[in-house]
Design a protein around this ligand. Sequence first.
Ligand code: GLY
Length: 583
Amino acid sequence: MRRILGTLTSVALLFTPGIGMAQTAPSQVSEFNGADVSLKFPPPVESRNAMAVSSQHFATQAGVDIMAAGGNAIDAAVAIGYALAVTHPCCGNIGGGGFATIHLANGKDTFINFREKAPAAASANMYLDDKGNVIPNLSLHGYKAVGVPGSVMGFERMLTKYGTKTRAEVMAPAIKLAADGYKLDEGDVRTYGFAAAEFAKEPNVAAVFLNNGQPWKVGENLVQKNLAATLREISAKGPDVFYKGDIAERVVAAMKANGGLVTMKDFADFTVTEGDPLRCSYRGYNIISSPPPSSGGASMCEIFNILSGYPMDKMPVHSAKSIHLMVEAMRHAYVDRNFSLGDPVFVKNPLDKLLSAKHAAAIRAKIDPVKATPSSEVKIGTVPHESDQTTHYSVVDKFGNAVSVTYTINGGFGSGVIAGDTGFFLNNEMDDFTSKVGAPNLFGLVQGESNAIAPGKRPLSSMSPTLVTKNGKVMMVIGSPGGSRIITITLESILNVIDHNMDIKAAVDTPRIHHQWMPDTVYAEDNAMTPAVRKELEAAGYKFTSGRPWGSAEGIIIGTKDGKRILYGANDARATAGAAIGN
Ligand code: GLY
């Protein structure tokens, strides 16, 4: 068993200067002949049997322990989901919802949708004032921002349909972590520290997530007695206590007292759906990911389809040429995402068109070989937004099951409120809807009518829990938090493996780039490209925004070593409290 806490400080950047983007014809993308970027990272964690990777090491351990006790990857995924709700409550949480993409040992792939729903009293203009302007923060903070949570029902579906252990067995580690507490490390403390001022505004939040009014420190033990009691109730009585019983009642009482909309009927009416994942192929690999109400799978596949017309594998990682092509593909795919996708129960998603070879070819024909295309020339409009405090985890067992889960309460610690003594944060997923067509959301995304608010509708998501298969066998399990950037983080992690032959640790740690049509800027992490490449791209019309690192891609690759199956796991170096653990 091994745990690696990643670090980006070991990054070494070597390059050879680009040769300029001169003279060539449209089909010749080689004028973007950028620098070679060579990065060094620690090796992945190896295991012959099973592997789990999440952004909090106690949660990863919970999943590995379940598999060591004979459980399968689905049992482990449910154990991790509940444990993250205790140890990573900013992001993983029973007050939110998410998606699971699952490959079963029998060869079947399935997708479980436990995304939150808008309450019945929600309406398209609920976040607008009488002049039609968005009321700041109403969709982000407090009870009116909350959608009906889905995680408890989602985990139950996974466990009862595909797991082998009892609910009590898979929830026991989470209950222990909440009741006895867990020792905080630097990554945990940083996450709580970001929100300390917000915690102080809510007495029942401050009582737990501040230590006598002060931020928690490294090495201290965080106990969550109310959450432990809530988890014990769910463990003993099942999801009905959450959706029809005592827990729903306490949430609804707080809703009534604080202007929230979620009712007992909304809880009782909540449903989880299950169906086929969305699929596409890239250079002989099959990508299996999230269909609507996620935009993740569709947008990634659209970008893969566009890039499959270029020799991306022949270009150095983040050369000017490869960044140019990736950014242009992203620009177009985000326009399609923002204006045409939504909850499939409410809108017809034009997936046949968006994922067609014809559409990809038409976009390639519009991509200038040497110049950035201004976003305003691709589409007029405004962008939707999205929050980034989601979490992703990946699990593979010895039986041949693989599980990719991304779930969220949207913004960091969701709406910032905990109903009474329930112990868990409620989501602010309503902000993922289009509050006003054309107005940017938390992530700066500008969206259209297809994602307008309606009663019982699920907001469009970017969460992209993904599996990659080759010849019918899973070779990669991957996903990430990051709001609107989830799509490009997951995409780049896969491109790094398929095109650039990186191991999984390098694939998730390599600095990232992102473009989402609007704002019309290339987001770039430090070291994402050499100064020469950046200069070349600036000359081609690109603007750059540098910022703190983003996302936490948690991945597993299934390969062979010495003729036998081996699992390689990697916790993203950006998630310092996380771990890949083999068994
Ligand atoms: N709230 C982030 C997402 O669903 O994509």
